[in-house]
Design a protein around this ligand. Structure first.
Ligand code: PLP
Length: 454
């Protein structure tokens, strides 16, 4: 598809009217919504029906790693659609075999065997069930501020305002404190803290019944929607060792951080840690067709050689989604986008640090690769956030929301999110000129948040 505007048979107003009348939009009150009516997209740009274009500085919901509408992915989907789009989930297909093999190649260590689902939520739901069966234990530890999905199990291990509507959740979900240096829950400062946040994982495992009762620890290597929280370097190696000590499975949720987002294929590689189970979605096929995957190490897979694997969906391993994923991984390799994300990410971080010098509202800048965040505060000493992450909606209009709205008006899309952190996560093939344009708009509009600064 070219980047010309595609003809549609409904005009924007009719699309909005039908959407308001017949569609429930996720994560928001419905009244008064006036969504962008997306018509088509190419590379880092999304176009609406009236020909306006916006630069996608968040890869939508952090999924368009290879950019939008990559011709190789479109061709793979089209080819597969003409041959065999869907088939029962127990049969083998070429894209399933090829993707299984490719994932074993690109994931760290001896992670080998994959289960395919249709998104990150289901990938985590599967991971939790697998960990419980494989260890024969029940409890799963996860961090406050985490987001792992929207079904009962995945929400029970999430810990932010969105899961309050689903409480009480699934029994056995236990929350622990996150490794959040900027707002250390232990009131400590790194490195003098001795990485208390990792030691705390052992304390809670012991208090929850240790090797006898705790099945798994689940965590995003770098927390995404919880506020782009990068842990101290020692954190994951220490948690890995603690899990080994108590025979607890470590589940890495790489739904946002996978497929080059942080400048490595998977974020756990930054710390040389191999989880027992890893979940993926989003960037796996650049968001072209819904797909999730749960990959496990051989010791986990072996449990299901004789024990039936009692999990699945009608569309586990949908051939269109898998063909798109094979083409995406080949595209990421062909265009060397993992290395490029590391380099462009270093440039981005440096530019964001320069913005911090200029804008008092930026309390903290952090990130890896093209997974970066600006934490907005009303005051650098008190660190009072501009947007309280634990405030249940409807939210009063605040300067972060005004900032996002003004950026959109000026042609730059940045995803909303429920924290005081602006997430900057463009497609991995963004050019420096495109990034500069996005940063110029961000720089200009941060004045809105500076005005909130006391
Ligand atoms: C880290 C993480 N895990 C899981 C999910 C859920 O994925 P999905 O929305 O594809 O179900 C998300 C979604 O944003 C996520 O960021």
């Amino acid at each position: 598809m070219s980047d010309a505007i595609q003809q549609q048979s409904l005009d924007a107003e009719t699309i909005r009217k039908y959407t308001a009348e017949y569609v429930l939009t996720p994560w928001t009150a419905q009244k008064g919504l006036k969504p962008f009516v997306a018509a088509n997209a190419k590379g880092c740009w999304v176009y609406n029906t009236e020909g306006r274009k916006v630069l996608d500085m968040s890869s939508q919901f952090v999924f368009a790693n290879l950019g939008h509408c990559d011709d190789r992915v479109t061709a793979a989907i089209t080819r597969q659609a003409g041959m065999l789009p869907g088939v029962n989930s127990q049969w083998a297909t070429e894209p399933k075999a090829r993707l299984g093999r490719l994932l074993a190649d690109v994931t760290p260590g001896d992670l080998k065997k994959s289960f395919f689902s249709t998104g990150g939520t289901e990938a985590n739901e599967g991971a939790i069930k697998i960990a419980r069966w494989a260890t024969g234990k029940q409890k799963v530890l996860s961090r406050w501020r985490a987001y792992h999905g929207s079904t009962m199990g995945s929400m029970s291990v999430s810990a932010e305002y969105r899961n309050w509507c689903a409480e009480p959740g699934v029994p056995g979900a236990v929350h622990i404190l996150p490794p959040y240096c900027y707002r250390c829950p232990f009131g400590a400062t790194y490195p003098a803290c001795g990485v208390q946040c990792a030691k705390h994982v052992e304390d809670v495992i012991r208090m929850e019944g240790g090797a006898r009762h705790v099945a798994a620890v689940i965590g995003e290597p770098i927390m995404g929607s919880g506020g782009l929280i990068v842990p101290p370097d020692e954190y994951w190696p220490m948690v890995r060792a603690i899990c080994d000590k108590y025979a607890v499975a470590l589940i890495a949720d790489e739904v946002m951080t996978g497929f080059g987002r942080t400048g490595k294929w998977f974020a756990m590689e930054h710390w040389g840690v191999v989880p027992d189970i890893m979940t993926m979605a989003k960037g796996i096929n650049s968001g072209a067709v819904p797909l999730g995957a749960t990959i496990v190490r051989p010791w986990v897979a072996e449990k299901f050689e004789t024990l039936p694997y009692l999990h699945g969906h009608t569309h586990s391993g949908h051939a269109l989604a898998l063909a798109a994923a094979v083409a995406t991984i080949e595209g990421l390799r062909q265009d060397q986008l993992i290395d490029r994300a590391a380099k462009t990410g270093a440039y981005l971080l440096q530019r964001l640090q320069a913005l911090q010098e200029k804008h008092p509202c930026i309390g903290d800048v952090r990130g890896r690769g093209l997974f970066c965040g600006l934490e907005l505060v009303k005051n650098r000493t008190t660190r009072e956030p501009i947007h309280d992450a634990f405030l249940e909606p409807p939210w009063p209009a605040n300067s972060k929301m005004k900032f996002l709205g003004k950026c959109m008006e000026d042609g730059v899309y940045i995803m909303g999110g429920a924290t005081s952190v602006i997430m900057i996560c463009p497609p991995l093939n963004i050019t420096t000129a495109e990034l500069d344009f996005g940063l110029e708009v961000i720089d200009r509009n941060l004045a809105i948040c500076d005005a909130d600064y006391a």
